[in-house]
Design a protein around this ligand. Sequence first.
Ligand SMILES: *Cc1c(COP(=O)(O)O)cnc(C)c1O
Length: 231
Amino acid sequence: MNLLQIKNNVQILHEGVNKAAIASGYNPKQIKIIAVTKKVEIEGINQAVQEGMTELGENRVQEMLAKQPFVDSKVNWHLIGHLQMNKVKSVIGKVKMIHSLDSWRLACEISKYSLEQNLVSDVLVQVNVSGESSKYGLPVSDVIDFLKTSRELKGLSVRGLMTIAPLVENSEETRPFFKELRNIRDISQSKLPDLSLDFLSMGMTNDYQVAIEEGSNIIRIGSAIFGSRAV
Ligand SMILES: *Cc1c(COP(=O)(O)O)cnc(C)c1O
């Protein structure tokens, strides 16, 4: 892990975010960058924190919990990967936000364990906008009903939507998926004014500029900060 490279990468990323935001009339300060630290060593993570990254994202509960004691306790952790039912109990209270709520059973479980700890967990509903069978997330057609029913669960608060765009050569091809997520959010918000659907978590290394242009305010960035992951 080249620490100087991380420093440069963070700077270049900020420039990219600023450019995309300003070009579309958004305030760059309102776009949260989540540094995705999956498979990244503690030293690299701490370098990114030193460069000002305050939001960190992990896909797996176990990996996140193992790293947390070695990273500044002031940072906010986000769970961005699929959450298994049997891991819910161990993640509640350990994250700022769960981005991957993708089923009613999971919603009930998150609510139950949150109430046990006297807290309300902030979550985003993951939507499978592209309909790819390899992806988790609710189908677009289920989102509004799901949000409506989620209000019965007192241990969670749905704060917005998340999606993962298809992996494509030309990032421009991701635009319709981001547009659609934003559209569902806007419709849902107008139908359910008591919810605060403030967040759209969309955009990764390859497509974050397009996502920002389409209204994303949370981008999840791994390789553009830490370099490409060994597979
Ligand atoms: C790995 C991952 C990211 C970051 O991917 P990069 O292309 O490296 O930026 C973002 N979101 C999710 C859900 C991921 O699993």
